[in-house]
Ligand binder design. Structure first.
Ligand code: UT7
Length: 317
């Protein structure tokens, strides 16, 4: 696998911490100190598929390809307006592609899971060019009266076009069924036969537990990948980490013992945009001209499940 194009898109409505202070018992000081987040972009008049299509088209343009060149689309998504059809089917039609598509849900680790699936398809020649689109609207999962969760998230999309190549040096996925630390239940239609109690509530998160799992697992994944590839921590140009919380990012950086400039972040501007965080940050680095051919990159993400994914990439464009 080789990444040949990146793209991203964020909703136009930027919500600052000060705007949240107006209807929540919170403060810019608390949010900044505990999370590093200053603002987040949330869906207002846009639809999530509009964000996804913008990101996808940017990635195609960056790769120098058109939708007709794409053999498979993988969309990573936790929620959107449709249960069916899959968001990837909607994206396919809107960008004018004709290939098969699939949606996956590995929560915030979705981009790495999508890359793993793409790698397998490319390796066995089932596809030549694959479009990965991560499109997320967690702002529609949280209760906006709950200061513990709603301040943390934003919406957005990130995309990458991948093709056959040898740039994925190592990849590691893990899932451990810890379903009570972070979950959101879908409201289903009642039927004349349902006689079990069903309660639906906004996203539930045990923040401290998630924090602990995130740091421990991300550090473990990165250590294992560095061992496997024979690389030292400072051989890595950038650690592209899940943008959930600045304190989590800093804890991982301290564990690795690397300088701040190797661990880029944009969580202060976008909050946690779930699986879109990694490709969106990668797109920023790419468009800012910060990536050189041959640079080694580590990606690492964690999410509800509990899922983790990490990989080592050599930048090839
Ligand atoms: O993709 C995975 C997504 N999730 C995460 O990455 C979350 C990981 N966890 C975290 O980032 C942190 O646990 C949080 C930022 C969510 C919370 O930080 P914390 O230092 O673990 O705080 P806490 O939950 O222990 O809460 C401390 C206090 C509580 O008040 P009391 O009970 O001590 O009086 C909370 O009610 O802070 C209060 N609090 C707030 N205060 C002002 C919680 N949220 C807020 C808020 N503004 N927004």
């Amino acid at each position: 696998m080789k990444i040949i194009g990146t793209g991203s898109a964020h909703p136009k409505c930027a919500v600052s911490n000060e705007m949240l202070e107006k209807f929540l018992d919170t403060s810019d000081e608390w949010i900044t100190e505990r999370t590093g987040i200053k603002e987040r972009c949330v869906i207002s008049s846009e639809k999530l598929e509009d964000m996804a299509v913008l990101a996808a088209n940017h990635a195609l343009e960056n790769a120098g390809l058109t939708a007709a060149d794409i053999d498979f689309i993988i969309c990573s998504n936790v929620v959107n307006e449709y249960v069916t059809p899959a968001l990837s089917c909607i994206i396919q039609g809107m960008i004018g592609a004709t290939c098969p598509t699939v949606d996956i849900n590995a929560a915030c680790a979705g981009f790495i899971y999508a890359m793993d699936i793409a790698e397998d398809k490319l390796k066995c020649n089932k596809a030549k060019n694959i479009l990965i689109v991560c499109a997320e609207e967690p702002s529609r999962m949280v209760g906006w009266e709950n200061r513990s969760t709603c301040v943390l998230f934003g919406d957005g999309a990130g995309a990458a076009v991948v093709t056959q190549g040898d740039d994925l040096k190592a990849i590691r996925l893990t899932t451990s069924s810890l379903t009570d630390v972070l979950y959101y239940q879908r409201r289903l239609e009642p039927t004349p036969y349902i006689d079990k109690p069903e309660e639906f509530e906004p996203l539930v998160m045990k923040g401290r537990e998630v924090f602990k799992h995130a740091v421990t697992n991300s550090c473990r994944d990165i250590r294992k990948l560095l061992n496997e590839t024979g690389l030292e921590a400072n051989d890595i140009k950038y650690y592209v980490l899940h943008q959930a919380n600045r304190r989590i990012i800093d804890s991982i950086r301290n564990f690795l013992g690397v300088d701040e400039e190797r661990v880029p972040h944009n969580v202060e501007r976008y909050g946690n945009i779930s699986s879109a965080a990694l490709p969106a940050l990668l797109d920023e680095l790419n468009r800012d001209g910060k990536l050189q051919k041959g640079d080694k990159l580590v990606f690492s993400a964690f999410g509800a499940g509990f899922t983790t994914g990490a990989c080592v990439i050599e930048w090839g464009i």
